[in-house]
Design a protein around this ligand. Structure first.
Ligand code: F6P
Length: 359
């Protein structure tokens, strides 16, 4: 048995731990592994395959990033190609990919990724490729699993940053508006905002009214607390407005979100007269060593993916349903973003603790 491993989409802390667990669990059965470099690109662009044995995965559990490299521009079904006149068109190269798997004598694929990569995995499974998915993303928005690895580390990084901003906000009587990642889901903003005692948390699931945000800041002022921490998820939007994009990508990728913190801060300054500053935490949330929770989850996912292969249970994704790691069909997961339920206990707790969602 020869298993290929692919890491696709944005990186997340814990990817290397999954790779290690897949390789060692496979090795334990006498099976071989290869890594595909940069998503699936390695099978197209000559960067090739990386042989993976116990030696290659030694000492990588705690490392951020992925030893295989990754890309969020490598969809084999919509492959971006630049024509001579500079226009970019999309081409379906999936048949080439399936042929490459056969050429390389690959018996099964472990595809580690978020919704984008898992959708590709599901379509490859439809084409007959034996695939098992492993859910990854700091955004925690993959359906069918309680959590993805990478999320806990991102929340820890964001919480640490918010803790540090408190003292400078307080010293200067300022409002600090902090933009966090998460795309169209507010998990990172909600969990780190609550854990670090933010005053306002704005998430995509609850469109906000800037007047309500300012009211919270004025209320604090009246109570003698002249500073405030406002956490904004990058996908948050005002009640009668749109999400803010940094870059729209027509072909070969996904839109880049960003810029909502500057808009919110501008309005707060204008409406309250308070000095405001912004921080976009950005890719710091994707970097660094995975937390213990993420390492354990990633290792369990990797090992479970090989057990799925051993049982011939393809077209599935390993999933965390505490306390167990089990499997769900990929078809039940893809295209269904998991956002924060409005009646979630975490939202309720935040509200009871006096945090405003701007609604
Ligand atoms: O999906 C993970 C994520 O970090 C999002 O939170 C963010 O919007 C996006 O990726 C950023 O992508 P890129 O690294 O391509 O700018």
């Amino acid at each position: 048995m020869r298993i290929a491993i692919s890491t696709g989409g944005g990186d997340a802390p814990g990817l290397n731990a999954v790779i290690r667990a897949v390789v060692l669990t496979a090795h334990d059965r006498g099976w071989n592994c290869v890594g595909i470099r940069r998503g699936f690109n390695g099978l197209y662009d000559g960067s090739g395959l990386m042989p993976l044995g116990p030696e290659q995965v030694r000492g990588i559990t705690h490392l951020g990033g992925t030893i295989l490299g990754t890309t969020n521009r490598g969809n084999p079904f919509n492959w971006p190609e630049t024509l001579r006149d500079g226009t970019v068109v999309e081409r379906d190269r999936s048949d080439e990919l399936v042929a490459a798997f056969a050429r390389e004598s690959i018996d099964a694929l472990v595809s580690i990724g978020g919704d984008g990569s898992l959708s590709i995995a599901a379509r490859l499974w439809e084409k007959g490729l034996p695939v098992v998915g492993v859910p990854k993303t700091i955004d925690n928005d993959v359906a069918g699993t309680e959590t993805t690895f990478g999320f806990d580390t991102a929340v820890a990084t964001a919480t640490d940053a918010l803790d540090k901003l408190h003292s400078t906000a307080e010293s200067h009587d300022r409002v600090m508006v902090v933009e966090l990642m998460g795309r169209h889901a507010g998990w990172i903003a909600l969990h780190s905002g609550l854990s670090s005692t933010a005053d306002v948390i704005l998430i995509p699931e609850i469109p906000f009214d800037i007047e309500r945000v300012c009211e919270k800041i004025r209320e604090r002022d009246r109570a003698g607390k002249h500073f405030a921490i406002v956490v904004v998820a990058e996908g948050a939007r005002p009640r009668h407005g749109d999400i803010v994009l940094r870059e729209r990508r027509e072909t070969g990728g996904v839109d880049r979100l960003g810029g909502i913190a500057a808009q919110v801060a501008g309005k707060i300054g204008e409406l309250t007269g308070k000095e405001t500053r912004t921080l976009v935490l950005g890719h710091l949330q994707r970097g660094g060593s995975p937390t213990t929770f993420d390492r354990l989850l990633a290792l369990r996912f990797g090992s479970a993916a090989v057990r799925a292969i051993a049982e011939g249970d393809f077209g599935t994704m390993v999933a965390y349903h505490p306390p167990v790691v089990d499997r769900v069909p990929l078809s039940e997961v893809i295209g269904k973003m998991k956002d924060v339920p409005l009646d979630s206990g975490v939202i309720l707790t935040a509200r009871h603790l006096g945090i405003s969602f701007g609604d």
